[in-house]
Design a protein around this ligand. Sequence first.
Ligand code: SAM
Ligand code: SF4
Length: 432
Amino acid sequence: MNEYDSNRILDLTKKINYIKTNYSNNADCYVLNTCHIREKATDKVYHDVGRLKKEFRNKKKPIVIVTGCVAQAEGEILLKREKYIDAVIGPQSYHLFNKTILNLEKNSKKIDSTDFDVIDKFDNLRLIKNSNNKVSSYLTIQEGCDKFCNFCVVPYTRGSEFSRTFDDLIDEAVQISNNGAREITLLGQNVNSYNDKGKKLSHLIEEISKIKNIKRIRYTTSHPVDFTEDLISAHANLPKLMPQIHLPVQSGSNKILKKMNRKHTVERYLDLIKKLKVENPRVKFSSDFIIGYPDEDEKDFKSTIKLLQKVEYINAYSFIFSPRPGTPAAKMKMIDKAIAKKRLMSFQKIANEIKRKYRNNLISKISLVLFENELQNQKNYFFGRDEFSNPIVVESKENLVGKIKQVQINGGNQNTLFGRIIQNSNNREFAA
Ligand code: SAM
Ligand code: SF4
């Protein structure tokens, strides 16, 4: 979401002639777009500002703006503690960027814009063309969260659930498609809670499917509780909707899920996975896990491992619990750090092994790959993703950017698969 936001901030500042520079040491304005989801986010801000101070020691000081969720959560403190920061702008106040920069050009008074003004923000953004021209583009459809998981800062930093209007989103999807996008990933903290006067995520996917040049649609991040029947059916009925679903579970123990205030049980989660597989047997899952949550014991951890092995996630993102100031879980008693670390390592070892086996299985099979870009340092090598978001690199004299090709996988390392373009795939097996 921060990537989408950063691009939209650039679309805005273009209006006052502030454009992107690839050379940060000659910037007139320096924007730090921050994430507050886990600890050390604030430390990173001070660290980055320290680096800036050194870089600009003998030059004119740039305007320094901190934005994103750290600005929202700790804006006032940042401004007081670090004089080099000129303004903090919360994620709901991006539309104030130009005004802020112009004011700072005129006088050096510090500016704090961290009010929740989400309607104003999107009303302003819709007037500005999205100039993103990536083959695979993001589109934020929903922001904020009403779920209040006990560990999470999002409801406090991004505010309550808000859905953008259906018509604005279709307009923006057409814009991105005209710019060259072939894939759109719909974004939201709870993307499947999207609801604009009864129009839901499935309706949006159906309508975007009608845009001829958009070949693939994805969405992230969905919450198990908001997975409605229409969205499940969409995975069977809308061929442009990709068969990979990111469905965070956080823990495989009902005791811990309850303490997290997740509002779903392991059984209900597995039932959802079963339903999705019945509708579309090709779907594969990725997930987020929090390891070492307060009160997690060996039995709870084993249940998490059991779930990991049962679902065979093709990607499992795992994090040690990080107490976030102001959240209920921050007041709970932490488990021993060394134990949490040990559990995380053992979790990741098993998750990597599952992923390795899955990727090995792809070898010699055919994948449909949408190519996004030529590698920066290697001419004639192109990067793309298959339907399950697996990263794949092939060599080709033909420019593949924006094209979907059949690729036979012939190897890979921990991060990337390698393959070759296949012209005729008769009698060859496609990746499941
Ligand atoms: N809304 C999604 C859901 O709950 O299904 C998740 C979005 S959240 C912004 C991204 C991920 O960050 C979460 O799934 C969780 O695993 C991780 N996360 C959030 N707060 C955390 C914390 N305090 N400690 C560790 N990980 C955290
Ligand atoms: Fe955070 Fe996701 Fe829970 Fe909302 S549902 S509070 S975004 S983890």
